[in-house]
Write a protein that binds this ligand. Structure first.
Ligand code: PLP
Length: 458
């Protein structure tokens, strides 16, 4: 059969948007370890989690058996406003690199929030509304998750309280205004509106905050206000489940042209886009049907997979959240302030952590100047201004394509382009001015935060 000419963009039809999410845990022999109650160290039950999370989302969180879960029609309809997302053949980049490799990227930046996070935000807002709640609380770091959730909450007419890491609140006033335009209230964290915030401020006066600290505040507000629950934009199993739309669409598009990827690459902060992108491919790998080289890319300044410990840890600084077993740098780890590229969370999805631990995927870490070099190269030839987070995946996709140039291999590379970088221009400015530096934590620094890991014998 003659090879079909592959277009620059492989679009799907509206009826090819997934109608079910795929739950990769169903195909895992070693299931991700359960969340533990930090007091009793017993697995968190449905009832334990109810004060914090929405009922239906808890069911999804705890379900490691059901492979396919129906996407409610209301969510499908919302997806239709900005999906399917294109799978792009990076012909221009290939030519520029003079590589025999074939490069594809799945572009998730085609919505106002500018990232994949809307895929889960809309699902979480839907279940909160369906449960009759008044609103939800959350944290946001760089602001993409807060923006996505604000959009989702305004669509379903829910109140949305966002705790935004103080340094971002101050450096990214435009993000804040987008969220407020969609009706969210935005509070810089740590703040004096919560007990945990006041405690942190007392202990570290002048601190510019961290994700872990903002999570603690958002959880406190949710559990102390009638009709509110807390929602999280990454790390959790339910978020990976919702993000499986990325991978399912990618697979459908590749299958249309009979394309089989050799390498699948994604950036990894808490693991949600990567988990979503790889899920159907990982399913095939777990069932022994196919073999893919699956690569997580993380910043050298926050290297949870490549230098972290696989252990139970807190997801937040205030130590109010359940314990998750994951690759972690310790909940006290705060990446250097010089680190401009996002992906700052100290831990990693427990699903991906288990898969990595069992050898189903590998991880590499990259330094931020090399990431911005790749971002610049990509922007100049493919046109899209990538988010710094996404550019970690671009870096490694380019590196793999250059390896193919040396060996002459015609590998097919697929990577996740998770979003756009319009709100990251302070970081781009640093890079353009030549004042961006690389920071790699020392073993001693990491050891200090490992020493604080909770002692759990599981
Ligand atoms: C949040 C974000 C990420 C990282 O989060 P994951 O949960 O690891 O996917 C990556 N890219 C963009 C654009 C983001 O907004």
């Amino acid at each position: 059969m003659a090879e079909k000419k592959i277009p620059y963009k492989i679009y799907l039809n509206e009826d090819e948007i997934p109608k079910q999410w795929y739950n990769v845990r169903a195909d895992m022999q070693n299931k991700p370890a359960p969340l533990l109650n930090p007091g009793t160290l017993e697995p968190m039950s449905f009832d334990d989690l109810r004060p914090v999370f929405c009922d239906e989302l808890i069911k999804q969180e705890l379900d490691d058996q059901t492979a396919y879960i129906d996407i409610p029609e209301e969510i499908q309809n919302f997806y239709k406003m900005y999906r399917p997302a294109p799978l792009v053949r990076a012909y221009c980049l290939e030519e520029k690199l003079r590589t025999p490799a074939k490069i594809y990227y799945k572009f998730e930046g085609n919505n106002t929030s500018g990232s994949h996070k809307l895929n889960s935000a809309i699902a979480q807002a839907y279940y909160a509304k369906k449960q009759g709640l008044k609103g939800v609380t959350t944290e946001t770091g760089a602001g993409q998750w807060g923006t996505a959730l604000s959009m989702a909450c305004s669509y379903f007419d829910l109140d949305c309280k966002v705790y935004m890491v103080k340094v971002s609140y101050e450096q990214k006033p435009f993000r804040r205004e987008v969220m407020r335009t969609y009706g969210a209230s935005v509070t810089p964290s740590p703040s004096d509106t919560t007990n945990v915030g006041r405690k942190i401020l007392e202990k570290y006066p002048g601190t510019t905050g961290s994700l872990g600290c903002a999570i603690s505040e958002a959880v406190e507000v949710a559990t102390s206000h009638e009709g509110y629950r807390y929602v999280l934009g990454s790390v959790l199993n339910q978020v990976l489940l919702h993000q499986s739309v990325i991978g399912l669409e990618t697979k459908t598009a590749l299958d249309k042209y009979g394309i089989e990827p050799d390498i699948i690459i994604g950036c990894a902060g808490g693991g949600s886009n990567l988990g979503g992108l790889i899920s159907p491919f990982m399913g095939e790998k777990l069932r022994g049907e196919k073999n893919y080289d699956i690569v997580a890319v993380e910043p050298a300044s926050c290297p949870s997979f490549t230098r972290g410990k696989f252990a139970y840890d807190f997801c937040d600084t205030g130590m109010v959240c359940p314990l998750a077993k994951m690759y972690t740098l310790g909940s006290g780890f705060i990446p250097s302030a010089n680190h401009a590229g996002g992906l700052r969370f100290h831990g990693m999805s427990s699903t991906l952590s288990q898969l990595y631990h069992d050898g189903y995927m590998r991880a590499v870490s990259v330094e931020q100047t090399a990431v911005f070099e790749a971002a610049e190269q990509f922007a100049r030839i493919e046109g899209i201004l990538p988010a710094p987070e996404s550019s970690h995946a671009i870096r490694v996709a380019i590196d793999e394509a250059l390896k193919c140039k040396e060996t002459g291999e015609e590998k097919t590379i697929v990577f996740g382009l998770t979003g756009t970088g319009y709100f990251d221009l302070v970081a781009y400015q640093k890079y353009n001015d030549g004042v961006m530096s690389d920071y790699i934590p020392t073993d001693e620094e990491l050891q200090k935060s490992f020493d604080e890991l909770p002692k759990v014998d599981k």
